[in-house]
Design a binder for this molecule. Structure first.
Ligand SMILES: [Zn+2]
Length: 267
């Protein structure tokens, strides 16, 4: 079989995604090898869906591949003709930060309050509250602009947006949120939102420890007043899904879910 003939029959685009991961193919004796490059600093999941004509894949027509951080030419499948004559395929891909099939999440991990020791702030919106968190496990701490925000948990910083400078309180304005996202050891993702313009103290690829300052708080994006929005999420096929997390708020190592309306002083 002359593999080189395949290439003229390909219907797919060989490089995809608005984001940085890239899919490409190479022909070998075994068939068409599907390869992924992931320049991101954390793992990514790529979902593949194929329509084959006289072809098959070593992984079936729909599968998900987990691609390690900062990797190149990761072989995720081999496409092969099933008979002589014409063969072709159409493909579509989707790309997600983190592991879609993660089973390692630790529901009892002790998060730290995301501000400095001695500071006390009100939890103005708690989980699933009636405001902008009605369908979200997210927390809003009311705090003055330029309060130091610290990592609630260590991990790898993979997204930093701090160039926005406007505030507007209506749906759609979340597109102008300044955020920092940190990938945790158990595959969950922490998000710190509405940070002040040009206030980030970390950059993508940085490893941060819990309690390390990462930014100054602000009132940027979809925000009704100065506060820090914090949430932890996991990737799903339909986008990220927020999850509840427990905090260590006293010195006796007890953890608890936070209650809306209460002030929390960091010990
Ligand atoms: Zn919020």
């Amino acid at each position: 079989m002359r593999i080189v003939h395949f290439l003229s029959l390909l219907l797919s685009v060989l490089s995809v995604f608005a984001q940085k991961a890239k899919i490409h193919t190479v022909s070998t004796e075994a068939g068409i090898e599907v390869l992924v490059d992931n320049p991101e600093v954390i793992p990514v999941s790529v979902t593949f869906s194929y329509e084959f004509t006289n072809m098959k894949s070593s992984k079936g027509s729909a599968f998900t591949a987990l691609v390690p951080a900062e990797s190149k030419n990761i072989n995720v499948a081999t496409l092969m003709p099933t008979r002589k004559g014409k063969y072709s395929y159409k493909s579509s891909y989707n790309y997600f930060y983190g592991d879609l099939n993660n089973k390692e999440i630790d529901p009892d991990f002790a998060y730290l309050l995301p501000y400095e020791t001695g500071a006390s702030f009100k939890l103005s919106q708690g989980y699933l509250s009636s405001g902008t968190h009605s369908a979200k496990y997210a927390l809003d701490f009311t705090m003055p602009i330029n309060t130091t925000v610290v990592a609630a948990r260590g991990g790898t910083v993979f997204k930093v947006i701090d160039e926005f400078d406007k505030t507007c309180y209506r749906p759609g304005c979340e597109d102008f949120n300044n955020v920092i996202r940190i990938y945790h050891e158990d595959g969950t993702i922490g998000e710190y939102a509405h940070i002040n313009t040009n206030s980030a103290l970390v950059k993508p690829g940085d490893q941060v420890k819990a309690n390390q300052p990462i930014a100054k708080s602000g009132n940027i994006g979809y925000s009704s007043g100065p506060h820090l929005h914090f949430e932890v999420a996991v990737p799903t096929i339909n986008g990220t899904k927020t999850i509840p997390t427990k905090f260590e708020i006293s010195t006796n190592k007890q953890t608890e879910l936070l209650t809306e309306g209460k002030y929390y002083r960091k010990k």
